[in-house]
Design a protein around this ligand. Structure first.
Ligand SMILES: Nc1ncnc2c1ncn2[C@@H]1O[C@H](COP(=O)(O)OP(=O)(O)OP(=O)(O)O)[C@@H](O)[C@H]1O
Ligand SMILES: [Mg+2]
Length: 302
């Protein structure tokens, strides 16, 4: 696997094969380690400040597919208002973890807590009903539909009274007004909400997907590789947007292979390896090479 860890001269991020042995990790200064602990939960160098309860947490998640163990006792913790990056090698169990957290997959074992209450999602709609929105890497939007239609897909607003209740007439004017207001609040510059999404650039499309999730999420936004298919300018736009979603108070889980993006935007980093969380660190307490070395198993955090 290659990780995006460096910039080429044209400004694009180069895929550089990790060479963990040479990246020999700068050891974490012991002064930065607060509440460090090691055990089934991995090395936690970014403990919770006192009194702060996680928005979403999981303990000991196990998910097996036949003989393959995708999640092998994984722990997870997302704090209010943070961007938590989830990084890990191919097959480390990142998508499996996110699928459990977003209700797409039921774990074989383990517990999940939303706002401190144990939850068990029956499916993605159930997770959505609990305020967890997921932006998937592919199929994030319906291309032939307009931006407004995409924003309200599956949650259309109906006209008041008889027209809406019985005749099921859509309240297009209200949806358009709300779509405009929402996109403006996130500073997404799109000329017309009536534009079909297929006429937008990749970055704008991803922007619509992020905006949709931010519009409806009450608790958590999960994004799986939101910048993977984007160029530099578009990626920057989406990263800024993710920052604005966090600034609105919604915590974001960001899965990414792109280390510069992770280090630019994340508050904490969850490192997944062989189906478990092996480390949870503050971004400012670790450098990129060290993070890659931990995720490939070349080194561990003490
Ligand atoms: N539906 C499935 N059926 C069988 N095996 C699966 C299934 N989903 C995941 N796995 C296996 O579980 C392991 C973890 O996969 P997962 O997709 O969670 O990894 P990942 O960290 O998201 O990897 P990537 O970076 O490649 O997306 C892999 O070995 C994978 O082959
Ligand atoms: Mg994956």
């Amino acid at each position: 696997m290659s990780y995006y860890t460096s910039k080429q001269s044209d400004g694009r991020f180069a895929a550089s094969s990790s060479s963990p042995s040479s990246s020999a990790a700068t050891p974490l200064a012991s002064s930065t380690i607060s509440g460090a602990s090691q055990g089934s939960t991995g090395t936690v160098h970014a403990g919770r400040p006192p009194g702060v309860e996680p928005v979403l947490a999981a303990h000991g998640l196990i998910k097996r597919y036949g003989h393959v163990t995708a999640l092998d006792g994984a722990d997870f913790e997302l704090l209010p208002g943070e961007i938590l990056a989830v990084i890990g090698d191919n097959g480390a169990g990142k998508s499996s973890l996110i699928k459990v957290l977003s209700g797409a997959v039921r774990p074989d074992q383990g517990e999940m807590f939303l706002d401190g209450k144990e939850v068990s999602f029956r499916g993605p709609l159930d997770a959505r009903a609990h305020g967890i929105e997921t932006v998937y890497q592919d199929l994030a939007v319906a291309p032939a539909m307009t931006i407004t239609e995409n924003l309200f897909l599956g949650r259309e607003l109906y006209r008041p009274g008889f027209l809406g209740r019985t005749l099921r007439l859509l309240d297009k004017r209200r949806m358009l007004a709300e779509a405009n207001a929402h996109m403006a609040s996130l500073k997404i510059g799109i000329r017309s909400m009536k534009q079909a999404v297929e006429t937008l650039s990749g970055g704008q499309r991803q922007g619509v997907a992020v905006a949709r999730s931010a519009a409806f999420a009450r608790h958590v936004v999960i994004m799986d590789e939101p910048t993977a298919a984007l160029g530099v300018k578009e990626s920057n736009m989406v990263l800024e947007l993710i920052g604005r979603v966090r600034d609105k108070g919604l915590p974001v889980i960001l899965i990414s292979h792109n280390m510069p993006h992770v280090f630019e935007i994340a508050d904490r980093i969850h490192i997944q390896r062989l189906g478990r969380r092996v480390a949870l660190v503050n971004r400012r307490d670790i450098d990129m090479n060290h993070a890659v070395a931990v995720m490939t198993g070349a080194t561990t955090l003490q």
